[in-house]
Design a protein around this ligand. Structure first.
Ligand SMILES: Cc1ncc(COP(=O)(O)O)c(C=O)c1O
Length: 326
């Protein structure tokens, strides 16, 4: 791993770098020995692109519920466990750490792997540990916090396992093709904006239309970690980034309070948010309004089609969730 600031945060002995977290997860499943027909449990509030590794490996995904506070509903997890279940994925939504104690216990007493998906936030800590290091495997995706083209990590956290097999994984990830350089323009602009405070983001076309659910279920991104992105990460001022994000989160909370917005997550000590998530009625109206005002607001990307069709609590959460940029 060619990166000092990054190495400071993630242990290179335990990390394998990829372009994207979905690819990291696919290799992670392979590493754990998951096979066709095995089952994995996902939270129902999940990006549809996380279906890619399961579709490719022939794994069955079953969806457990997340509660209004976006914490895992343990009863729902336990109800879904079968003889074929091999792993449970938990997501640190928007960089806010999940309370993993009970889930971890349930996984270890049922012989299941716990995967801590911290793709939204690799700078935070919880329980005195870096996010992504609390499960058997961890996932990080750097571009969600730092303006780079790509870059993700698979963390293999079991001390006994870390020693074996990682070299093979590292060789496999290095053998993946490089992503097209043309796509670097957007991260270049974002980086210049972050460094010099120029409002270059305004030059970019914004996504104003919410795509259909399930539309990225097949969107594989099999690339190795981009060299330019790794060099940016190597010298990146992560502490400053963390402070800025925490301060911006607080500003949004202050600005939006009393206007019909509801805080989804309080900011715990050590968390570094990827956005400031809020619940609001008539979300789409607010979404367009803040976009028009020039703020890069977002919504949760698209849900897996199966979740959307089931129309359960994840859909109600999705419908009122709006993300303010921090
Ligand atoms: C929780 C979560 N995990 C993983 C991913 C996929 O990350 P990547 O785009 O790096 O594959 C996403 C996508 O945004 C996500 O929301």
């Amino acid at each position: 791993m060619a990166s000092s600031a990054l190495e400071h945060m993630i242990d290179p002995m335990r990390a394998v770098l990829f372009g994207y977290a979905r690819t990291a997860l696919e290799y992670g499943y392979g590493y754990l020995g998951l096979k066709q027909g095995d089952e994995v449990l996902y939270p129902d509030l999940i990006c549809d692109m996380m279906m890619v590794p399961c579709q490719r490996l022939g794994l069955k995904v079953r969806f457990y519920k997340v509660k209004e506070d976006l914490e895992p509903d343990l009863k729902s997890v336990e109800r879904l466990m079968t003889k074929r279940t091999r792993a449970v994925l938990a997501v640190n939504y928007f960089g806010f750490p999940q309370d993993l104690k009970a889930l971890k216990e349930a996984c270890s007493s049922n012989g299941l792997y716990l995967i801590e998906d911290s793709s939204h936030g690799f700078l935070g800590k919880a329980d005195g540990m870096a996010l992504g290091t609390r499960g058997d495997l961890g996932l990080l995706s750097f571009r969600k916090l730092v303006p780079v083209l790509n870059g993700a990590a698979l963390l293999v956290n079991r001390a006994d396992e870390a020693a074996k097999g990682l070299e093979g994984l590292k060789r496999a990830s290095a053998g993946l093709p490089a992503e097209r350089r043309k796509r670097r323009l957007v991260p270049y602009l974002k980086l210049a904006q972050a460094k010099y405070g120029l409002p270059l983001g305004r030059l970019r076309r914004r996504e104003t239309v919410i795509p259909p659910h399930g539309s990225t279920e097949g969107e594989a991104m099999d690339f190795r970690a981009d060299e330019w992105s790794l060099s940016v990460l190597a010298g990146y001022p992560f502490e400053k980034e963390a402070r800025r994000r925490r301060a911006n989160y607080r500003k949004w909370v202050e600005r939006l309070s009393g206007k019909g917005f509801r805080v989804v997550k309080e900011l715990p000590y050590g968390a570094v948010p990827s956005s400031c998530p809020m619940f609001v009625e008539e979300r789409d109206r607010w979404f367009s309004r803040y976009l028009r005002k020039g703020h890069e607001v977002g919504v949760w990307p698209t849900l897996p089609l199966e979740v959307w069709k089931a129309g359960g609590s994840a859909v109600s959460i999705w419908e009122k969730l709006i993300l303010f940029p921090v």
